[in-house]
Design a protein around this ligand. Structure first.
Ligand SMILES: [Zn+2]
Length: 262
């Protein structure tokens, strides 16, 4: 007398048969697939990726600040040239007036007084303009310092980015090597398993968080961790070795191992 289908077949699906050794091979495939998934996850969430993103944002900010500081230097340089020219112009006028006074070209007392007053006024104007010029020069110096500062920041950030990219590429290479190894081993084992067993495994794996097959461990499903109820467990105990069991809770393929307790 056979075991009722509802134990091994699942919710109307036909019962699948595979030698127990192949079912256990499926657990190896599962482990290697899980390893590959973990490696892919590690590749996606590598801390260096976040680090590089953050550094590039900082670099973009520094670059923006550098462009602004350079524009500021240009503006202030223009202002400085204008201030220089203004001072020179007023000084030239003062020199001309002074020469007229020195050479005694002005004889009328009224005109002489007016000229002397203008010279004094020009002196004051020169003083004001020179103060303004000094302020522009100080601002210009500050802006130039900022340009240098942002340039060094960018250089330092570029060095950090290069370093992080190097570490990222090293980690990628290691992950890819491990993944390639896992894939090759997985394919080797999978090539010895039947297509329908693999197809069922892939189908469940696709909809159950990457886990399609689990070991039955001491009366518990290794996939959902739930305890198999005593009635199902006793039916599983009676099931033929080559019958592919399914967890009634999570539908995963349940593989009997030496530790299964059945
Ligand atoms: Zn389960």
């Amino acid at each position: 007398m056979g075991v009722p289908d509802r134990v091994t077949g699942h919710r109307g699906e036909p019962t699948l048969k595979a030698p127990l050794s192949k079912q256990r091979g499926l657990l190896d495939v599962q482990e290697l697939d899980f390893r590959t998934d973990q490696l892919a996850q590690r590749r996606r969430t590598l801390p260096e990726l976040e680090e590089i993103g953050r550094l590039q944002e900082e670099r973009a900010e520094a670059q923006g600040a550098l462009v602004e500081a350079r524009a500021e230097v240009e503006d202030l340089s223009r202002e400085q040239r204008k201030a220089d020219a203004d001072v020179e112009q007023v000084k030239a006028r003062r020199v001309r007036n002074q020469q007229r006074l020195d050479q005694g070209q002005v004889s009328s007392p009224k005109e002489l007084e007016a000229l002397q007053q203008e010279v004094e006024s020009l002196e004051r104007r020169i003083g004001t303009l020179e103060d303004e010029e000094l302020e522009v020069m100080e601002n210009l110096e500050h802006a130039q310092e900022q340009v240098t500062e942002f340039q060094s920041s960018i250089e330092a950030l570029d060095a950090s980015i290069t370093d992080a990219e190097k570490r990222r590429d090293e980690a990628f290479a290691e992950i890819d090597r491990d993944a390639e190894e896992a894939r090759a081993e997985r394919d080797r084992i999978a090539s010895g398993l039947s297509d329908d067993l693999l197809a069922l495994y892939e189908k469940i794996r696709g909809s159950h968080g990457g886990v399609g097959a689990a070991a039955l461990v001491r009366g518990r499903c290794g996939g959902c961790r739930l305890e198999i109820n005593p009635a199902d467990l006793s039916r599983m105990t009676l099931a033929a070795e080559d019958e592919v069991l399914r967890c009634d809770e999570c539908t995963r393929i349940l593989v009997r191992t030496a530790e299964s307790g059945v």
